[in-house]
Write a protein that binds this ligand. Structure first.
Ligand code: SF4
Length: 442
């Protein structure tokens, strides 16, 4: 049987797409290998959001080409493949095929052509493509094929944030049919999945005819056996009253939302073409806290966006303090060719952006630490996800997305436990089990 090796970079959407790719190739008789030395086909599923991510992939290509055997195939798929297209074939002569996120159906054909010595790129957008009939090989992709699973409900993006390459790499927004999503979730639950994360670039703008994201939450949350329902990433102003009500009234919906803000300055938000003001964002955060008491809020923040002044940056810092985020992914602005922001003047010097990033991280950590210290001593339901990286402990997650380590047997992996949080490093927790396995109620 031919063997496929795949490396995945970037977001959960890519993890989900790698499962699709593996599902497609499994149907062609391929089996997955974790050893590139024994692979017939080597694929890298790539991210294009930051220059650093692309440089990393290019570095990996330099290593992986050494594993390409006679008659073997080396391919680049995903967002970087879409962005660079045929140019990638020129840039890396050992690469045989380049396929964007809408072209995975053509993978077997391009692999066959590569075997005949033909090098090809397919980066056409297919606005109808949802891979509806492709059974994802989640367990093989490392996408939480056991208790947890990612389910893509929307592809592409119609927003045009000036810093973002995604509309160029993933094309226009389109949502799957609600009935198809529910059918997929029912199938997952029947095989033991109890936690589902719905994926979309602006997931809460999901729509299928008359159905909106509120309907989707209620329908998926209503599948018997579903215990936890998460979604990422929402757009701040797409939380309608209906969506807030659905979150509040659908028990599996977890008390955590990742709510990208990007900046706390209205000037910068305008230049980013984010469609909200600082004030509106604060209203949305308050509405979420009102609808779902105790909800944890995390965010994404970019510093050093063109034109960002010290005053703008201070407004971001003050927003972090005001919202009291549970955590934040913080980034130094990375210029991406093909995005509208390349035309913006007043670039922020690298050293200034770096210094702001350090200050921001310090504030984010202080705020998160204070919130986490206040949680020590409280009890939570956790899903045991696997082995922790160090110390022979298990790693588990609360509904509020806090990571807790606990001592227990491997058999606990995939089960729900009740734990008391006993300490925190500031970001993760130590915990102690206070009850036997919690039954999954359908
Ligand atoms: S909403 Fe903005 S940041 Fe998010 S994927 Fe779309 S363009 Fe990019």
């Amino acid at each position: 049987m031919p063997r496929i090796y795949i490396e995945t970079y970037g977001c959960q959407m890519n993890v989900s797409d790698s499962a699709l790719v593996l599902g497609l190739l499994r149907a062609q008789g391929y089996v997955r290998t974790d050893d590139p030395a024994e692979a017939d086909v080597l694929l890298v599923n790539t991210c294009a959001v930051r220059d650093h991510a692309e440089q990393r992939v290019l570095g990996r290509m330099g290593v992986l080409k050494g594993f390409k055997r006679a008659g073997g195939v080396l391919g680049v798929v995903g967002c970087m493949a879409q962005r660079l297209g045929p140019a990638l074939l020129e840039q890396v002569p050992q690469v045989d095929l380049v396929i964007g996120p809408d072209g995975y159906r053509g993978l077997p054909e391009l692999i066959a052509r590569a075997r005949q010595g033909e090098r090809a790129a397919d980066v056409r957008f297919q606005p109808w493509e949802h891979y509806e009939d492709v059974p994802a090989a989640r367990e093989a992709a490392g996408g939480g094929g056991g208790a947890s699973a990612f389910v893509t409900v929307q592809r592409g993006c119609d927003y045009r944030c000036t810093f973002c390459i995604v509309p160029m790499t993933r094309g226009p927004e389109r949502s799957r049919k609600l009935a198809d999503v529910v059918r997929e979730v029912e199938g997952l639950v029947a095989r033991g999945t109890t936690e589902v994360t719905l994926l979309g670039q602006t997931v809460n703008s999901y729509h299928d005819g008359e159905h909106d994201f509120a309907d989707l939450l209620r329908a998926v949350g209503g599948v018997a056996g579903m215990r936890r329902l998460r979604f990422t990433s929402p757009y701040p102003t797409d939380f309608s009253e209906r969506v807030l009500a659905a979150m509040a009234q659908t028990p599996p919906v977890c008390e955590h939302v990742h709510l990208p803000v990007q900046s706390g300055s209205n000037r910068v938000l305008r230049r980013m073409l984010r469609r909200y003001t600082r004030e509106r964002y604060l209203e949305v955060a308050a509405a979420l806290r009102h609808a779902v008491p105790g909800i944890a809020l995390t965010t994404d923040i970019i510093v050093g966006f063109p034109g960002e002044t010290e005053q703008d940056f201070e407004e971001t810092v003050s927003l972090v303090r005001e919202v009291r985020f549970d955590d934040a992914y913080t980034f130094k602005y990375s210029l991406r060719d093909g995005t509208p922001a390349v035309k913006l003047k007043d670039r922020v010097p690298e050293a200034v952006a770096g210094e702001r990033l350090e200050r921001l991280i310090a504030v984010v950590r202080r705020v998160a630490r204070a919130k986490n210290v206040a949680l020590v001593g409280t009890t939570h339901e956790v899903l045991v996800e696997g082995k922790a990286k160090r110390g022979g402990l298990l790693q588990a997650r609360t509904r509020g997305n806090k990571v807790a380590l606990l001592d227990g047997p491997d058999e606990w992996i995939g089960t729900y436990r009740r734990v008391r949080l006993t300490g925190t490093t500031g970001s993760t927790f130590t915990s102690w089990p206070v009850a036997q396995e919690l039954a999954v109620v359908g």
